[in-house]
Structures are given as C-alpha cells and as structure tokens.
Design a protein. Structure first.
Length: 108
C-alpha cells in the first residue's frame, strides 16, 4: 500500500467526520433557532447521546441550560449570543478545513 493511498483514506475519513459534525451542529442550531428552546413548557429531553454531547460540549455551556423537574432542558436567553458565536466559529473552521483538505488533495 502506498503512502498516497493512506492519505486518500485519511482524507475521506476526515471528510466523513466533518460532514457528521456539520449535520449535528445544524441539528442543534435548528433546535436553538426555534422558539421551543427558550420556553420551559417546551423543554426537550436529551436522550440522544450525540445530541447531548454537542449541546453540552462546545455549543452551550451548562450554566446557560435550565433543567426542569422531569430532566428536560431549555436555554436561558442570556446564552443565545454565546451559542451563535460558537456555532459560527465551529462551522467556519470546518468549512475552511474541508476546503484546505480538498485543495491539498487536488495538488497531489
């Protein structure tokens, strides 16, 4: 197996992971963009482990989420600016990383 074949495999793996990351970020953004995220009566349960990781990790800090008695979550409005800035930074990084990898691959 040549080094070029390994690099192509690595590139494809990175692109697949980045597509997954972008899909999850857009899913979180869709929930945050709806008014459901800001009302306690419409709080959601975080049963999906991937959704929970993204929501609790880089997207929203624990201090911005409020928990109800039945373990559902809703977002405090003060956290909305931080969430938008973080999502913009992550999506911009992924976009430029994918463009860089694509240009690097085409230059081989």
């Amino acid at each position: 197996m040549e080094v070029g074949d390994l690099m192509i495999g690595l590139l494809l793996a990175i692109l697949v992971v980045n597509v997954f990351n972008i899909a999850m970020i857009l899913r979180v953004a869709r929930w945050l963009g709806s008014n459901d995220a800001f009302e306690e009566s419409k709080a959601i349960s975080l049963n999906d482990p991937f959704f929970k990781v993204y929501l609790m990790g880089p997207m929203v800090s624990w201090s911005k989420l409020k928990r109800t008695r039945d373990n559902k979550y809703w977002l405090d409005l003060r956290g909305w600016f931080f969430v938008r800035v973080t999502m913009f930074a992550v999506l911009t990084f992924l976009l430029f990383a994918n463009i860089y990898l694509l240009l690097w691959y085409l230059s081989m």
